[in-house]
Design a binder for this molecule. Structure first.
Ligand code: URA
Length: 233
């Protein structure tokens, strides 16, 4: 792994800031001062010091992706492109996987990480993590639909959903907040009230909101405070 990537991943600043630190002789690898930050190191073996502090290797990656339609939320698929195909090779080194699923035609916020514990917590039904979606629907919603969502609706397999909130944003454009993640949940909830989702986008998952600066297909690593918030710290 490149030294600057390693240090940036460990929250030691941007690559540019790290370059400046190297110029100031603040970075040592195996007790040797390094001036170039594009050298490759083995994070498991090499000892990296920054301004006199040993930087220990925490091998986690947290990526916020603005998922476009057309990609499967999986790490591999024999037929279709997956969300992993949207990541650069260097960001796949730590083997992130999508936290939950967005349908192939759903857009919006998708978290990818290799932090299994966090993924488990975010997906656990017991945690009631809120997910906010914007849906374009075939018919305008009614006050009855809002009430039905509030009470929970019965899906095609007989499952009674947890209460969800439904808010009209525009004619046939609604915000839906759900706390569970059943297969095709939002689409099936609308089917339960004789409506249809034509377009679906996720904007929020727990404390994480899709960065409006990310265009479709773009991604960025989470900031330290975003990770801490997601972990409830
Ligand atoms: N609900 C759906 O129906 N589809 C998604 O992709 C996410 C939630």
């Amino acid at each position: 792994m490149r030294l600057d990537k390693f240090l940036a991943n460990m929250g030691c600043g941007s690559r540019k800031e790290i370059k400046t630190l190297a110029k100031k002789k603040q970075i040592f690898v195996n007790k040797q001062v390094v001036k170039k930050t594009d050298i490759h190191i083995d994070p498991e073996q090499d000892q990296v010091e920054l301004a006199g502090q040993v930087i220990s290797y925490k091998p986690f990656i947290y990526v916020m992706l603005h998922k476009p339609a057309g990609y499967i939320s999986a790490t591999e698929d024999p037929m279709h492109e997956t969300v992993l195909d949207l990541l650069m090779e260097q960001d796949k080194v730590l083997e992130p996987f999508p936290v939950g699923r967005l349908d192939k035609d759903t857009e919006g916020l998708l978290l990818l990480t290799n932090d299994g514990l966090l993924a488990h917590d975010l997906l656990s039904p017991k945690k009631h993590i809120e997910k906010t979606y914007i849906a374009h629907v075939a018919k305008p919603i009614t006050t009855q639909d809002i009430k039905a969502f509030q009470q929970g609706v019965i899906l095609d397999d007989g499952y009674l959903t947890k209460p969800a909130s439904l808010r009209e944003l525009d004619d046939k454009v609604v915000e839906v907040i759900v706390t569970e993640g059943k297969f095709h949940q939002v689409k099936r909830m609308f089917e339960a009230v004789n409506n249809n989702v034509l377009y679906l986008k996720r904007e929020v998952m727990g404390t994480l909101r899709l960065d409006p600066n990310l265009r479709l297909g773009e991604y960025r690593e989470l900031k330290k405070d975003e990770i801490l918030q997601l972990k409830g710290k």
